[in-house]
Ligand binder design. Structure first.
Ligand code: CU
Length: 216
């Protein structure tokens, strides 16, 4: 495994593992938001973008490795084309933190004394997309929401298909991996990906990226 944990990226403040549980930010976010905002705004936001890979990335298809760290993705830019087959093999390289990967556009927010707190993307990229889970190890949970998920990995107690758990998002335990196979849907344009664990604090700390989807 590449040594992505020594990039000199400082973690956000706070004890995230105690205030993060499954989709807690969706179901009970107000207390979390206040606690998170105190840590965030009281001690300053560390927002150092990691791994800015220069130049225009090539169109990627087939197997794409995406690495999660504290608090970044490698790569943080991808270019896909409508109709191509893509398999994201997501790796959580963090030694001790949960991370997820949402893909979407816009933000859902809730009001708080410190301003709006972002909870997830407003538009879920995975809405209506057929996804096959072909590998899974140390997955904390995967909210399917409106994606059509088939898992070749059985059993899959981590697969959450009930509504109300937030947008499509695999959350990996430290060291976890998941492979998601799909055909790039006809949704061209710019999309974002990010980790909203700990009430948007991972995203704010730099755990985000951009996908440009080209027309077929
Ligand atoms: Cu994260």
């Amino acid at each position: 495994m590449a040594d992505y944990d020594n990039l000199g990226i400082e973690p956000p403040n706070g004890d995230e593992q105690t205030d993060w549980s499954r989709r807690q930010f969706v179901l009970g976010v107000s207390g979390l938001a206040v606690a998170g905002a105190v840590g965030l705004f009281g001690r300053g936001v560390i927002a150092r973008a990691a791994q800015s890979i220069g130049g225009q990335p090539p169109v990627e298809q087939g197997l794409i490795h995406v690495y999660q760290g504290d608090y970044y993705y490698v790569p943080n830019r991808m270019t896909w084309k409508v109709g191509d087959r893509v398999s994201i093999l997501l790796h959580n390289t963090s030694p001790n933190r949960f991370h997820e990967m949402m893909i979407g556009r816009g933000f859902d927010t809730i009001p708080s004394p410190f301003g709006p707190v972002k909870t997830q993307f407003k538009e879920d990229f995975w809405d209506g997309v057929d996804v096959t889970i072909s590998k899974a190890d140390s997955v904390d949970n995967l909210a399917a929401n409106k994606a059509h998920v088939t898992s070749l990995v059985k059993p899959h107690p981590w697969l959450i298909t009930a509504p109300g758990n937030g947008n499509f998002s695999p959350t990996l335990d430290p060291g976890g991996t998941i492979q998601m196979d799909f055909t790039v849907p006809n949704k061209p344009g710019k999309w974002l990906y990010g980790c909203f664990v700990q009430g948007f604090r991972h995203y704010e700390a730099g755990m985000k990226g951009e996908i440009n989807i080209l027309k077929a």
